[in-house]
Design a protein around this ligand. Structure first.
Ligand SMILES: NC(=O)c1ccc[n+]([C@@H]2O[C@H](COP(=O)([O-])OP(=O)(O)OC[C@H]3O[C@@H](n4cnc5c(N)ncnc54)[C@H](O)[C@@H]3O)[C@@H](O)[C@H]2O)c1
Length: 215
């Protein structure tokens, strides 16, 4: 996928992997709509990006807020000409055995890690379908493949993200591809990888190289 001149929505762009993706996309000439609940962090990301000719907007968005997510595509498209890439990166972690984690905390995590991904995908589908080369990237985890003790909520959410993304990809057409990005730990750079890219835009792999450059 040629990223120059495309427009990407990146959630969780105020830090970590989301910031690295944003910086990396900007380097490739991609316009950006950056979203997060952390406004100060978003401002820091913006300061790293400042590149003439790029349209970069920042938005306070809680991906767990159903109404805000539904309204978000219109807000983005008020400034951007369209949307070609949706990167569902925002996510939270929660340790503890099943008995230690309350149902309320379990639901909080799922609202962000799973329902945020599903609702943003649904909200942006019309805009993505209008693009001639669209792509969705959903951040899963190595814990979306393996399920160690103490990770019931996180692992369940990341398995769900992977299942959702794979099924969506199988439903896809030539212009829309759903990918799952699987990380082990960002501290373990050797095992960092992106999987499930079959038939997709493998050039996106390059985006994630920016992460290590920021660390
Ligand atoms: N860092 C890792 O080792 C690792 C490994 C596997 C998967 N992942 C996944 O990669 C993604 C990014 O991880 P990270 O390590 O950069 O995390 P991080 O905590 O550094 O950054 C996550 C960002 O998401 C934002 N966020 C949290 N809740 C939000 C909400 N409700 N609405 C909008 N934004 C919200 C935070 O403010 C933060 O800027 C997550 O989905 C995570 O599960 C990370």
């Amino acid at each position: 996928m040629e990223l120059k001149g495309r427009t990407a929505v990146v959630t969780g762009a105020a830090g970590g992997i989301g910031r690295a993706i944003a910086v990396s996309l900007a380097r490739r000439g991609c316009h950006l709509a950056l979203a997060d609940i952390n406004d100060a962090g978003l401002a820091e990301t913006l300061a790293l990006i400042a590149k003439p000719g790029l349209r970069v907007t920042h938005h306070h968005l809680d991906v767990a807020d159903r109404d805000a997510v539904a309204a978000f595509p219109e807000i983005v498209q008020a400034t951007h000409l369209g949307v070609d890439l949706l990167i569902n990166n925002a996510g939270v972690a929660l340790g503890g055995t099943f008995e230690q984690v309350s149902e309320e905390d379990f639901e909080w995590l799922f609202e962000i890690n799973f329902w945020g991904v599903v609702r943003l995908t649904r909200a942006f589908l019309p805009a993505l379908r209008a693009s001639d080369d669209a792509c969705i990237v959903n951040l899963s985890s190595i814990y979306g493949n393996i399920a160690p003790p103490g990770q019931t909520a996180y692992s369940a959410s990341k398995f769900a993200v992977r299942g959702f993304s794979n099924a969506l990809r199988h439903e896809g057409d030539v212009t829309l591809t759903a990918n799952t990005a699987l990380y082990s730990s960002t501290k373990n750079r050797v095992s960092r990888k992106i999987s499930d890219l079959a038939g997709a835009k493998a050039s996106l792999v390059g985006l994630f190289n920016g992460y290590t450059q920021l660390m």
